[in-house]
Write a protein that binds this ligand. Structure first.
Ligand code: SF4
Length: 318
């Protein structure tokens, strides 16, 4: 008997999945098809862990050498919690690839010190799981990398990206993700975050947005439209593929009709008598910003946070 359940909540990553390709969303959320871990995504997870753990140290000891020194230990911890990651370097008997990969993680960690000064930061939250329910019943959830609160009470939400900052025409996706988090914080705490800050470790850039209430209401409307589209597809089983250049990053081509594959049997019950109109694709209002027609191909993806490729929709690792 199938254990699949209809989706009950939305995160920025899954929202981006649906906006990129409804069938991809189905494969990940409904079918829960396994995906291979990638070096890039795993490196992002590792870097996030190091930046989080560094704040355990007293402010004056949050130095670059200390942060670099955390990399091997955090990699061991990650491996212990997810043994399948060992497969990434299974064909690397000499350990050269692993050494290079760890070195890349160290460089990303080190670059952070040119962008922020952790000796002057005291985050109130790190890796904060947030969840709220909108009046419509839609549950929004996600994990915020860091929350800073100024002495004056102003809230700053910070997200680390291990890729490069996207070109302006593709920046909307990252802004969408941050505004999603701002909406959740606003609904939870009643405070509109003063600043949303993206720290791109890949290119050494910091991008900020200062949202206003109208921005959050706009993203809320967009999410409601998106949820309606997801609910419709869930009920009807009509999950259309939307091929783009991002298909190159998709683990599920073997199941995708666009690549000659056949999706698994739909695991949810579809009412047979239901005569719903065919649903072609989410409306433009439910598309990922920057994915409307043909998202650009990503360069070699090195991010764990939807930061490369078209930064806003590439698969995430952290
Ligand atoms: S290969 Fe492309 S069209 Fe097919 S499911 Fe993956 S992202 Fe969608």
């Amino acid at each position: 008997m199938s254990t699949s359940q209809p989706p009950t909540s939305l995160s920025p990553s899954r929202a981006s999945d649906f906006m990129q390709c409804p069938l991809l969303y189905r494969f990940r959320v409904i079918d829960k098809l396994p995906e291979k871990p990638s070096e890039a995504a795993t490196r992002g997870t590792l870097v996030h862990a190091v930046l989080e753990r560094l704040f355990d140290a007293p402010a004056g000891e949050r130095t670059a050498p200390r942060a670099r020194g955390l990399v091997p230990g955090q990699w061991e911890r990650l491996l212990a919690s997810r043994p399948e990651l060992a497969g990434l370097f299974a064909e690397d008997p000499g350990g050269e690839r692993l050494t290079r990969w760890l070195g890349e993680a160290e460089r990303l960690v080190e670059r952070w010190f040119s962008l922020e000064d952790p000796t002057r930061l005291e985050p109130v939250e790190r890796e904060l799981f947030v969840e709220t329910e909108l009046e419509s019943g839609l549950r929004l959830r996600g994990v915020i990398d860091r929350v800073d609160v100024a002495p004056t009470g102003e809230v700053r939400i910070v997200d680390y990206k291990t890729g490069k900052a996207p070109r302006p025409e593709y920046a909307e996706g990252a802004r969408f993700q941050m505004t999603f988090y701002a909406l959740v914080v606003w609904r939870l705490k009643g405070v509109v975050p003063r600043r949303l800050q993206l720290v791109y470790l890949g290119s050494g850039e910091v991008v900020t947005y200062d949202p206003v209430e109208a921005d959050l209401k706009r993203v809320e409307r967009k999410l409601l439209a998106l949820w309606e589209a997801i609910s419709h597809a869930t009920r009807t089983g009509d999950w259309r593929p939307r091929p783009t250049k991002l298909c190159g990053w998709c683990d599920h081509q073997a199941f995708c009709p666009e690549f000659g594959g056949t999706p698994p049997v739909y695991p949810l019950t579809v009412p047979a008598q239901r005569a719903e109109p065919a649903f072609s694709s989410p409306s433009d209002s439910a598309r990922a910003p920057g994915t409307a027609a043909e998202p650009s191909p990503g360069p070699a993806r090195s991010s764990a946070s939807a930061s490369d490729a078209p930064a806003e929709v590439a698969p995430e690792g952290a």
